[in-house]
Write a protein that binds this ligand. Structure first.
Ligand code: PGA
Length: 255
């Protein structure tokens, strides 16, 4: 039951970028070596970004996926099969912005998770509480409800090929990061929750932290035993900042 986890950093560009901006950002990242990194550009840019990443170990992630199926009459949707076709490795599901602005429920998140795994794409399931929920002492209740929805729909084995991201909603894009100790407490809780089903899967599960991860707080987060990397929003759009976070991840591996 040895720990196979090595840090992973995923840059979530959200609805930001352009052909020109993306090209310069990707160019700056190509020098990255010996650290697991993925970037999630808007869906429309995935194929172009893949071409720019040829020869690099940086993987491609999708920010969203259709829940309904792999093809069919679903105007405006993009299926997991299409994502796999353009070389996507990870798919983010359950991001709080999708839960909040697009009404995505735990059940829908689980469906999207299944669609991704059907195509061999690793889901990155986001969980996290709002400020009101934190203040009401409901952190564990909320994150366990969100993760259990996936475990109950997909089975615990599904987490052997998935990543979890703990993203407290109050820390996303606000500049407020959870302290490393507060984040660690939730990460440990999530790992124990998974461990109550399967210890080996829990031990090998990568649990990323997300929410205002920056160059200057990354190392202290990565030093925590149950924080296995980061899902980075704002700072992933600034090459020097994202590179610094990736280097902190690499240093935590050797350190
Ligand atoms: P942030 O976003 O780093 O800008 O807080 C994180 C996320 O939403 O994944």
């Amino acid at each position: 039951m040895t720990n196979q986890r090595s840090p992973l950093v995923i840059g979530n560009w959200k609805m930001q970028g352009s052909l020109a901006l993306n090209a310069s950002l990707v160019h700056a990242l190509l020098a990255l070596k010996n650290v697991s990194v993925a970037i999630a550009p808007p869906l429309v840019y995935l194929a172009t970004t893949r071409q720019q990443l040829v020869g690099s170990a940086i993987k491609l992630a999708a920010q969203n996926v259709a829940a309904e199926g792999q093809q069919g009459a679903y105007t405006g949707e993009v299926s997991a099969r299409m994502l796999a076709d353009v070389g996507v490795h990870y798919g983010i599901v359950g991001h709080s912005e999708r839960r909040q602005y697009y009404g995505e429920t735990d059940a829908l998140v689980a469906k999207k998770f299944i669609r991704l795994q059907e195509q061999g794409i690793q889901p990155v399931v986001c969980v996290g509480e709002s400020l009101a929920e934190r203040e009401a002492g409901q952190v564990e209740q909320v994150v366990s409800r969100q993760l259990l929805a996936v475990i109950e729909q997909c089975g615990i084995q599904a987490l052997a090929n998935a990543v979890v991201a703990y993203e407290p909603v109050w820390a996303i894009g606000t500049g407020k990061t959870a302290t490393p100790e507060d984040a660690q407490a939730v990460h440990r809780f999530l790992r124990q929750l998974v461990g109550s089903y399967d210890k080996n899967i829990a031990e090998n599960l990568s649990i990323l932290y997300g929410g205002s991860v920056k160059a200057d707080n990354a190392a202290s987060l990565f030093a925590m035993p149950d924080i296995d990397g980061a899902l980075v929003g704002g700072a992933s759009l600034v090459a020097t900042d994202f590179l610094a976070i990736c280097h902190a991840a690499k240093a935590s591996l050797v350190g």
